[in-house]
Write a protein that binds this ligand. Structure first.
Ligand code: GLA
Length: 536
């Protein structure tokens, strides 16, 4: 045989063999079972999405696993080492009453050994590449419900006698928060005058977590190299530091959370020097029912009480199951009353004035109970235990100065926690003038802690009042409409008719001349006029 014909016969023999081998290999690859799609986040952690795949010939079916229910995968195939499938998810983008939207995500990958290099396209972000690897049902499916304690009243920590004031990372930084940003914000809280105005908590929201060490202690990821050192730094500025977790196995952003480690985590937080915990329902919803919420939150309330450190306890379960009726009993200092706010007038208007507070638990087969307003539940907040309509968006850039004034004024009238959600390192003068309006802050922090009442409503204008310690009255005149409007308040409706009055406009920082039986302000669209009335 010549060299050439030798080569030819080798090719003729080897090529079909190789093809056969490849076919055999793929035929051997049994996709049936649980898989995890892991994408590195760049902070030492991975996003993890779970699938159960079923293979029949070239066709792949199955579903997503682990989240809220299962979604069937469609258009699935596995041919010549190439896997592809799609998942169509319908959701409301987190807003009650939002329009449902369907988002179709497609997955495509090639077999490499026993794993796939997989690319996901069509999600909220651009195409993402990661690894699809085999996993076990225990990793993919939600864990068992923990046995829940009998209900009792957790000892009152006596913290947060006025609504907590500070900053939280989520609204501006979301997943981008890190040690450096938190130190910078702490510095800015002091240098900008925010600390002097009363802000004290520097709160790290979701995405600080890594996993657990060999002893089960929760650890922080590469964005936060040393939590204790960070806490020491924040404390050295005369400020306090907050952190975030969930009673579920994962936080809302899919990071490690406190399920089954409640006592241990409370001790870790105390050892780090943490002063504030936001405890967010998130994946607990895949394990527990809304009826379980009180016992679940009590568990962490007890753990914090035992931790040996005073830690403000902030409940975040979006106002479900009438949390204002039991939040104080589990040791809660504040509790969220709605879903997430965003930096838009629509969101602010809905949360601040609309019926976004869940009216109770939805029973199977029954319509959801009608939603309530912040005003409806205002009387349920008492000293040390506050309703929390979510963190501030002031200064984040997508609302007008008037809208941000409305946001801040309403939150102060509601006695809400004042957690700035902007980048304190970079604030415009307008933003500073709102967040550091000490006249309006004084309304929020009024020691009497009495609830707000509505005294007038006409079309898109509404007037609220709140009695303050010492007999003064705070008044907010709000214009939700698209045009400037004259809004009036009668002295009679405030119960001060016939008295000698001193009235101060809290946004103009000036005394207001009064005569007659009412005061009328021309209020810009989406704006507010806020008064402090002293009657002698
Ligand atoms: C939920 C909360 C938000 C924020 C995110 C973090 O959506 O309501 O305030 O904490 O989780 O993932």
């Amino acid at each position: 045989m010549t060299g050439k014909s030798k080569l030819l016969s080798r090719v003729l023999i080897c090529a079909p063999l190789a093809m056969l081998g490849a076919l055999f290999l793929h035929a051997q690859t049994d996709l049936n079972g649980y898989w995890v799609f892991k994408v590195p986040r760049g902070d030492g952690t991975f996003t993890e999405s779970y699938f159960e795949l079923k293979q029949s010939g070239d066709t792949v079916t199955g579903n997503t696993v682990g989240g809220r229910g299962q979604t069937a995968i469609t258009e699935g195939s596995f041919r010549d080492g190439k896997l592809q499938f799609a998942v169509a998810l319908t959701g409301r983008g987190g807003q009650r009453g939002g329009t449902p939207q369907t988002l179709t995500t497609t997955y495509e990958g090639t077999l490499q050994g026993d794993k796939f290099a997989l690319t996901m396209t069509g999600g909220r972000r651009g195409p993402t590449t990661g690894e699809l690897d085999r996993t076990k049902a225990e990793a993919a499916l939600p864990p068992a419900k923990l046995s829940l304690p009998a209900l009792h009243d957790v000892r009152d920590s006596k913290l947060a006698r006025t609504p907590p004031m500070g900053w939280n990372s989520w609204n501006k930084f979301a997943g981008k928060v890190d040690d450096q940003a938190v130190r910078g914000v702490a510095d800015a809280m002091v240098s900008s005058g925010m600390k002097k105005a009363g802000y004290v908590y520097v709160n790290i929201d979701d995405t600080w977590e890594l996993g657990r060490d060999a002893n089960g202690n929760i650890t922080s990821n590469t964005k936060f190299p040393n939590m204790k050192a960070l806490a020491d730094y924040v404390h050295s500025k005369g400020l306090k530091i907050g952190i975030y977790s969930s009673p579920g196995p994962k936080t809302c952003a899919g990071y490690e959370a406190s399920y089954g480690h409640e006592d241990q985590d409370a001790k870790t937080f105390a050892a780090w020097g943490i002063d504030y915990l936001k405890y967010d329902w998130c994946s607990a919803g895949n394990i527990y029912t809304d009826e379980d919420m009180q016992a679940v939150y009590q568990k962490m309330g007890d753990a914090l009480a035992k931790s040996g450190r005073p830690i403000v306890y902030s409940l975040c379960q979006y106002g479900r199951n009438k949390v204002w009726e039991w939040g104080a009993k589990v040791g809660g200092n504040c509790w969220r009353t709605t879903g997430d706010i965003n930096d838009s007038w629509q969101s602010l208007d809905r949360i601040g004035f609309g019926t976004q507070v869940p009216g109770g638990i939805r029973k199977p087969g029954e319509p959801a109970p009608p939603g309530l307003t912040q005003l409806d539940i205002a009387p349920s907040a008492v000293v040390g235990h506050w309703n929390d309509p979510d963190m501030l968006e002031v200064g984040n850039g997508h609302m007008t100065t008037d809208e941000y004034r409305t946001h801040f004024s309403l939150w102060c009238l509601l006695r809400a926690p004042l957690l700035a959600g902007n980048d304190l390192r970079d604030m415009t003068d307008d933003t500073k003038s709102i967040l550091m309006n000490t006249d309006v802050i004084a309304i929020d922090q009024d020691p009497a802690g009495l609830p707000m009442k509505r005294i007038a409503q006409e079309g898109t204008t509404v007037v609220y009042m709140r009695p303050l310690k010492g007999g003064d009255i705070a008044v907010g005149m709000f214009n939700r409409g698209d045009q400037a409007a004259d809004i009036g308040v009668t002295w009679d409706s405030l119960g001060v008719a016939g008295k000698k009055l001193q009235v101060r406009d809290l946004w103009k920082h000036a005394a207001v001349a009064v005569s007659g039986d009412k005061y009328t302000a021309n209020v810009p669209t989406h704006g507010v006029a806020m008064l402090r009335v002293t009657a002698k």
